[in-house]
Design a binder for this molecule. Structure first.
Ligand code: DOR
Length: 433
């Protein structure tokens, strides 16, 4: 099967390419990127006026299956990814059972393949059962193809155990440890960022130190063990300073930021209530500015959504009772295009670099490029398309968002994985919305 995408503007930082090109796809791979292709026998898709970028790669997604299918299934979560222009995702292991065995990893892979909406890389746990007490069965997980490890949702609180785990993982080539950096003793029942808003509302706050103390510990232990450490969902300006400190010294550290930590502040709780309750919490405008500046300079390596779906009923339970988490797969690209690219705060190539090229590098994945030979994983963007975020139309089961009602200009209009069209004009083929 040959497909020729004609007349689109290609933005591909992996080849420093920005300009009008035709793209020829054969048997699921890109075979040519040229100013003008006469494809002969092929399906021709006219993309004039549209922008084509490598498919977005989200290294931080909670698919919830097995165990929490009322919140999300692998089918619904991967459909949400395709709807959002995400062609590859890393699935976090805080399921029930947790991804601490080859059997669970295989189950996730099989269900993802059966759904067929995007590529899924299961992340393995750091501790058995994610209980934070003993190292997981790393050889078994590694032999099953797992390369990223995390207890996301919880830190490994015991520093001695964490160092032992990092040292064990350092023996496996190509491994990435994804740290959930949080000191639970400093969180101590907090519901939102500790600051002016928590004081105004009279609610217990989570100090910035709950993250930065743990970030400091984690980068120091990673350096001691000599294992690549990836700092998940950074939320504070002080964490950015520690990241700079570590990178200046050549520590093996990378980091991510979520769209909600870039675009929303703790004030959002006043408008959205529990829909904006997330861990780490939304911080201050100063933190947002520091995170964006770090992203712009490449100090923060990647954007990841931390898509953390919960049922509408759970989120309606009030600020105290509701679980933490924001479903980000379907809002990330329109919101980032609108608020950052559209407002001149981040270039489109820099967005693609942070949300496709660099994530591919971090996990050693094939995607993140439109070079001939690469899999045809790509997204077509309509940078002029306007609308309003409406969770009623989401594919995720978590049909609520602090971005509900936000206007956007720019969204994905086609998602292709391995040369197959998975989403067109917001409709995901073979999925229930
Ligand atoms: O808000 C969050 N929700 N943060 C996490 O670290 C975990 C996640 C979840 O699994 O719900």
């Amino acid at each position: 099967m040959r497909i020729c995408l004609k007349g689109g503007r290609i933005v591909d930082p992996s080849q420093k390419l920005e300009g009008r090109r035709d793209l020829l796809i054969e048997d699921g791979r890109i075979v040519a990127v040229e100013p003008e292709i006469s494809p002969g026998e092929a399906r021709i898709i006219d993309l004039s006026g549209k922008t084509v970028v490598p498919g977005f790669i989200d290294l931080h997604v909670h698919l919830r299956e097995p165990g929490f299918e009322e919140k999300e299934t692998i089918a619904s979560g991967t459909a949400a990814a395709a709807a959002g222009g995400i062609t590859t995702l890393a699935a976090m292991p805080n399921t029930e059972p947790a991804a601490d065995s080859a059997a669970v990893v295989e189950l996730v892979r099989e269900k993802a393949a059966a759904a067929g909406h995007c590529r899924v890389y299961p992340v393995g746990v750091l501790t058995r059962g994610r209980r934070g007490r003993e190292p997981a069965a790393f050889s078994e997980l590694y032999d099953a193809g797992v390369r990223a490890f995390s207890d996301d949702g919880s830190p490994v609180a015991d520093s001695g155990l964490f160092l032992r785990i990092l040292r064990q993982l350092a023996r496996f080539p190509g491994v990435l440890v994804m740290a959930h950096s949080e000191d639970l003793s400093l969180v101590a029942g907090g519901l939102l960022h500790e600051g002016a808003v928590s004081k105004k509302l009279g609610l217990p706050g989570i100090p910035a130190a709950a993250e930065t103390v743990a970030v400091a510990r984690d980068i120091i232990l990673a350096q001691a063990a000599g294992v690549p450490l990836h700092l998940s969902h950074l939320s504070t300006a002080a964490s950015v300073e520690l990241l700079a400190w570590a990178k200046e010294r050549g520590f093996p550290v990378t980091a991510e930021v979520t769209p909600h930590h870039l675009l929303l502040t703790d004030e959002e709780i006043c408008r959205s209530g529990a829909r904006a309750k997330v861990n780490p919490p939304l911080r201050t405008a100063k933190d947002c500015r520091a995170l964006l500046e770090a992203l712009r300079t490449g100090l923060i390596d990647i954007i990841a959504t931390d898509h953390a779906p919960h049922t509408p009923a759970e989120k309606a339970a009030g600020l105290e009772e509701a679980p933490c988490g924001i479903a980000g797969l379907e809002t990330a690209v329109p919101m980032l295009l609108t608020e950052l690219v559209g407002k001149g705060k981040l270039s489109l190539p820099d967005l693609v670099q942070a949300f496709s090229c660099r994530p591919a590098e971090l996990l050693g994945l094939e995607g993140g490029t439109l070079r001939p030979g690469a899999p045809a994983d790509l997204v077509v963007l309509d940078l002029e398309a306007e609308g309003v975020i409406d969770p009623a139309g989401f594919y995720t089961r978590a049909r609520q968002s602090p971005f509900a009602g936000f206007s956007y200009r720019g969204r994905p209009v086609m998602t292709m994985v391995g040369g197959e069209i998975k989403m067109e004009q917001g409709v995901v083929h073979g999925a229930k919305s």
